[in-house]
Design a protein around this ligand. Structure first.
Ligand code: ADP
Ligand code: MG
Length: 694
């Protein structure tokens, strides 16, 4: 249960005075959460310095200034369209305050002639005269000091003004309690960090631009807290997993040897190494939780199959789960003939299997006659039961939530888990998602692969590109043509893909196919199948081909509006070609003007096809949240930490978390109790459940 000391922070924003349901809703849009705490986490992105308070004769145009003046004359304009002007002076000079759409009564009240007032805003010069348009503050002379400060500037959203947000955040900060210190004293001292509440307060009260920097000590402290909560939660879950005894699954090689002998190629060194690591985990007493990371085309599927066969040799069943129907089918088609060589029963289960066919598959799984099943989310369904599931391979893990992973592994006893990903997740991000999960990497490419020639061209050279495609088709090549999917308007994107399909058809006739996300499964499969079979020479697609599709004869990849794609995504798409022995090329068509980031992205792709380097660069260019496409990534998002700049803190947090749990595994000591508060503060409630209550 959440500790009482945190209750005020988790109260809804509406509990703050002046915040009604309408604003609360806008705040939620703005901050991503409904609570007072969410407002506290909403850090300023800029500041307005109102400390500059010159006499009028010295006031510099263009600067924000706080001026103490005597109000002279109100000059109402002859027509509504002209501004209302109020003349003011001090001992050194004069200035006019300017108001559009003014209400005379209001201004008379705020700025009565003959009175001294403090006004703050931007000083301008108009017709050689000093003026200030719509001052941000108008106050009596006694308030000069409170106006003459530095104001934080917050990111806003439609419907909210800076004043409204600043006021609400200010009110939220009044609720911040002093929390017990969870930091290691030595670390705190070394970094010269303040207490949590002081660091939070300072982050909201910048004095200089440098106070806004993510590397300022107070912001680093907040980031560290968040990362520590993340790493501690992961370490707790993982400790618990390791404590659960796994099963000893030892293969005898009788199935694997047959399959390896039947392959038309030799396994690469890194495939062999990965298999040895996996076999080692499976044979050990603890449960396996291993990530198999390999760039597109590095040959993960065969590794997965051999790992599953090892489980079958040891007498249990194995499941391979893919994120999409197309991928599941493709895995199945690769694996089935090989499983047959080994004499192993295999089935495919997707959402499309219904009625009797589905029933037959389920019976095979329940009876154990089906040793290996390949499938989609359909494997999670409640009525899917195994005789004895011992191992699960999960492909493209980041598309599945952790919850789903647990659901599948719950279908067996102490299931060993192998996660496969083609997304080269940088080490930094790996840590946040999996902690110290064991990793096998396929670093070698299968031999005989040719490098992909990558070129970038402005979109207005499209006719040349189409001519080039024509020549490639005459040589018998197959071509992917990717049209982007911009999320705001799926319809217009579809229209763009449709259009491109039509124009290419006009030129190349019936050899051009179209596949997109709105198509029904069987329809999509049919198009993919005829492309794979070579009946279609050009496949126009939205990004549905992104993951895993394997058509070795396809050697040309055209990506329209490449500037709209992320680096990792472009790399994945490019990996669809260069899978056979033919020379492949990738054309990135861009539309200007290109921003600096887009330009850098295209440049990196021209330079390298090393997925890991690309992922690291992507992290630098974009920040972690966006790296894999936030929504589908399943990776944690941070609110205070930015892994592009705080990655050193992540490593420290990991070591810290390890040390904490070694010393105080139940978080029962003084610091342990404070750390529990930290876990709740960052809503890692689930992790606390692993602890004995204390
Ligand atoms: P990934 O899933 O890692 O993108 P795949 O497993 O789909 O890659 O393999 C890509 C292609 O490489 C497949 O056609 C596969 O048969 C082939 N392949 C796998 N391992 C090797 C190898 N050691 N030598 C040659 N080709 C291989
Ligand atoms: Mg694959």
């Amino acid at each position: 249960m959440r500790p009482e000391i945190l209750f005020p922070l988790f109260a809804p924003a509406t509990s703050l005075s002046g915040v009604g349901p309408r604003f609360a809703k806008l705040f939620e849009t703005l901050t991503g959460g409904p609570a007072v705490l969410d407002l506290c986490w909403h850090l300023p992105s800029g500041l307005i310095d109102r400390r500059y308070a010159p006499p009028l004769a010295e006031a510099l145009p263009g600067r924000i200034a706080t001026l103490t003046v005597t109000v002279d004359e109100h000059r109402a304009p002859p027509t509504k369209r002209q501004p209302y002007r109020i003349a003011c002076h001090d001992a050194t000079g004069t200035i006019e305050l300017v108001f559009f759409h003014a209400h005379r009564d209001y201004l008379m009240k705020m700025l009565p002639p003959g009175q001294i007032r403090v006004v703050s805003g931007k000083v301008e010069v108009f017709n050689d005269r000093l003026q200030m348009t719509h001052p941000d503050h108008i106050a009596g002379p006694e308030a000069a000091e409170s106006v003459q400060t530095v104001e934080p500037v917050y990111p806003l959203t439609a419907g909210l003004t800076l004043k409204t947000v600043a006021k609400a955040v200010h009110a939220a900060l009044q609720r911040v309690p002093k929390l017990p210190e969870w930091l290691d004293p030595a670390l705190k001292k070394r970094e010269a960090w303040e207490d949590w509440h002081a660091a939070l307060a300072r982050s909201h009260a910048p004095h200089e631009e440098s106070d806004l920097a993510p590397l300022s000590p107070h912001r680093r402290r907040l980031a560290y807290d968040e990362l520590l909560a993340n790493q501690l939660a992961i370490a707790l879950v993982r400790d618990r997993q390791l404590k659960q005894r796994g099963r000893v699954l030892k293969g005898d090689g009788r199935l694997c040897d047959k399959v390896v002998a039947s392959l038309p190629f030799q396994l690469t060194g890194s495939q062999r190494m990965a298999l040895a690591e996996i076999a080692g985990d499976m044979a050990a007493e603890h449960r396996m939780l291993r990530l198999l990371q390999g760039d597109v085309g590095s040959g993960k599927t065969v590794v997965a199959l051999l790992a599953m066969l090892t489980a079958v040799e040891a007498g249990c069943q194995a499941a391979l789960m893919a994120p999409t129907e197309i991928l599941a089918r493709q895995h199945f088609n690769t694996i089935e003939p090989l499983a047959r060589v080994a004499g192993v029963g295999i089935a495919l289960l997707t959402g499309r299997d219904k009625g009797k066919a589905r029933q037959a598959i389920l019976e095979g799984l329940a009876a154990g006659t089906t040793a290996i099943v390949v499938g989609t989310h359909a494997l999670f369904q409640e009525d899917v039961a195994f005789k004895d599931l011992g191992m699960a391979v999960i492909d493209e893990q980041h598309r599945f939530g952790v919850h789903q992973r647990l659901t599948l592994t719950g279908k067996g006893k102490a299931v060993d888990v192998l996660v496969m990903t083609a997304t080269p997740i940088p080490r930094t991000l790996m840590l946040t998602a999996y902690g110290d999960m064991d990793v096998s990497r396929l670093t070698e490419r299968p031999p005989g692969r040719q490098p992909i020639e990558t070129r970038t061209l402005p979109l207005d050279r499209l006719p040349e590109v189409v001519d080039g495609i024509d020549r490639a088709l005459q040589r018998g090549a197959q071509v992917y043509w990717i049209c982007p999917l911009v999320e705001e308007s799926e319809n217009s994107d579809l229209a763009a893909a449709d259009d491109r399909h039509r124009t290419l058809q006009q030129r190349f006739g019936g050899k051009v196919g179209l596949v997109h996300g709105r198509m029904k499964g069987p329809e999509k499969d049919a198009v993919m199948a005829s492309f794979a079979a070579g009946d279609l020479a050009v496949l126009v697609a939205t990004t549905v081909v992104e993951v895993g599709v394997d058509v070795p004869n396809a050697t040309v990849m055209v990506i329209e509006h490449a500037e709209r794609f992320g680096l990792a995504q472009l790399h994945q798409l490019r990996g669809r070609v260069g899978r056979g022995s033919g020379k492949s090329s990738c054309l990135l068509l861009w539309q200007g003007p290109l921003g600096e980031t887009a330009r850098a992205r295209l440049q990196i792709l021209r330079e390298t096809d090393d997925g890991f380097r690309i992922a690291e660069e992507d992290l630098k260019l974009r920040g972690a949240g966006e790296l894999l496409g936030t929504r589908q990534s399943g990776l944690p998002e941070f609110r205070l930490a930015d892994l592009a700049v705080h990655d050193d803190l992540l490593a420290t947090a990991r070591d810290d978390a390890r040390l904490i749990l070694d010393r105080d595994p139940e978080l029962a000591g003084e610091r342990g109790k404070a750390l529990r508060v930290l876990l709740y503060l960052f809503e890692r409630d689930a992790a606390v459940k692993y602890l004995r209550s204390g």
